[in-house]
Design a protein around this ligand. Structure first.
Ligand code: BG6
Length: 478
């Protein structure tokens, strides 16, 4: 009972969290470039004026734009079979609404993908990972505007065509379903590029923006298959199974409604239609969203080939004393701690069995191959005097999750095609903008202000993951 030899062991990053070089060779500023650094207790802010003397971590990342050749050598020695990154949309279309792309941006990814392939790694590419051109945010109010569908599909078509012989695995929008928690930050969601204000109905805006993104995603799938029928296009869901706090039927239904609220995006991308509960909910609200019959037809024809998912934690919810008819789910208010689980230093509850649960749930619901494109532990690391980083906690996390993934594959028959731990090389945290929230098996000598030598060091987890890939995880017993 072992994992298939074609299994895609890899590692994952995103352009805005590693590349730096935010304004060189024709790149436009993206929404990520307007995000200040925060911390566990201070949220990141979107600042319009970049001349302010503030810390904007995407401006430097880990300088991957300049160091990718050396970094790829370390990743090749690690034995990676694939590498997930994103294309910074604003390197290709600096403003987002141009007709023609920026050739220097395209050349950068040509070189990057060539280097990966030369080193034996399959590139896995996300089109939109929290980094849309800022001009689209300012001028069009992000995905609130239907025009974004054309801008996105023009971008998608450009890169599908350019890299058709280099990249076969793509994903459209990273963690598209995270915007269901629309109250969480300054922007509804940085992929959506809608700056919140008190005058607007944020919930309605979220549903409208998500609809346009889903239409754009479905159109991109259809375009991709025309350009290269071998392309595999995935959605990307932030997966966190939602448990009821008790066996009280009210808690059970609350967890079900929370699950529906977070995962209906998957229904649209995998099945091609909206679930009935959501149609009723939106109709009863009287929102009159801009959803046309031709949109509905496009959603049906543009379903994805596989499910990309991130997995970090599970979530537990408790019903309110008085629930409305909808049992409306508000993540920040309804979530409770699960007393059976430990948590990371950033309060993320660690639940390896939740990964197996998620894989089974997605498999039963959508019957598509699943790619775990993010998983990992954000933790503080310390470097010993001999330059060693003994990150046993990270090894423990990865091992326990791979073990549950193996059970899902080998005992439950789930078709998992690959596993790419997040932030395989230390990078800027998306949630907090910190460098000190480290995920990597490769350490980067840099602090939260972007200062440091940038030197790369191999952590103990590097050697452990190398061995795990080498023996196809037969070192992890189930
Ligand atoms: C996912 C994102 O939400 O989780 C990544 O796709 C992100 O971009 C990762 O970095 C971990 O979250 P954080 O907030 O710890 O960086």
């Amino acid at each position: 009972m072992e994992i298939n030899n074609n299994f895609l062991w890899g590692g994952a990053v995103a352009a805005n969290q590693v590349e730096g070089a935010w304004n060189v060779n024709g790149k436009g500023d993206s929404i990520a470039d307007h995000l200040t650094a925060g911390s566990q207790n201070t949220s990141r802010k979107i600042v319009d004026d970049l001349s302010k003397n503030l810390n904007f971590p995407s401006h430097y990342g880990i300088d991957f734009y300049n160091t990718y050749k050396q970094d790829i050598r370390l990743l090749a020695n690690l034995g990676l079979k694939c590498f997930r990154t994103s294309i910074a949309w604003s390197r290709i279309f600096p403003n987002g609404d141009e007709e023609f792309p920026n050739e220097q941006g395209l050349e950068f990814y040509d070189d990057l993908f060539d280097e990966l392939i030369k080193n034996g790694m399959t590139p896995i590419v996300t089109l939109s990972h929290f980094e849309m051109p800022y001009h689209l945010v300012k001028k069009y109010h992000g995905w609130k505007n239907r025009k974004l569908i054309d801008f996105f599909t023009n971008y998608a078509k450009t890169v599908f065509t350019r890299y058709k012989d280099k990249v076969h695995y793509w994903m459209t929008f990273n963690e598209i379903n995270n915007q269901s928690n629309f109250n969480s930050s300054d922007a509804l969601f940085s992929n959506s590029g809608i700056i919140k204000n008190n005058r607007d109905n944020n919930e309605k805006d979220m549903y409208q923006a998500a609809h346009y993104e889903l239409v754009a995603s479905a159109k991109a799938v259809a375009i991709a298959h025309k350009i290269n029928p071998d392309f595999k296009i995935g959605c990307m869901l932030a997966m966190a199974p939602i448990y009821p706090n008790t066996s009280n039927p009210k808690d059970i239904f609350k967890a079900e409604r929370a699950t529906q609220t977070r995962y209906w995006f998957g229904d649209v991308q995998c099945i091609g239609s909206y679930p009935s509960w959501l149609k009723s909910y939106q109709n009863n609200k009287g929102w009159n969203l801009d959803v046309t019959p031709s949109d509905i037809a496009i959603l049906k024809t543009g379903t994805v080939d596989y499910i990309g998912m991130s997995y970090y934690m599970s979530m537990t919810v408790k019903s309110k004393e008085k629930e409305n008819n909808y049992y409306s789910f508000e993540e920040d208010k309804d979530k409770v701690k699960n007393s059976y689980l430990d948590e990371s230093d950033w309060g993320w509850q660690i639940d390896p069995i939740g990964l197996r649960y998620s894989l089974n749930w997605l498999n039963d619901r959508y019957h598509k191959p699943i790619f775990i494109v993010e998983n990992g532990l954000g933790a503080k690391d310390s470097v010993d005097s001999d330059d060693k980083i003994k990150d046993l906690y990270r090894i423990k996390y990865l091992k326990s999750h791979i073990s549950e993934m193996k059970k899902a594959i080998l005992c439950d028959g789930v078709n998992v095609i690959g596993y790419t731990p997040w932030g395989i090389i230390d990078l800027i945290s998306a949630g907090t903008g910190e460098m000190s929230k480290r995920y990597g098996v490769i350490y980067v000598d840099q602090n939260d202000q972007g200062e440091g030598s940038g030197r790369r060091l191999l952590k103990n987890s590097y050697y452990w993951y190398q061995q795990t890939i080498h023996c196809n995880a037969s070192n992890i017993k189930i």
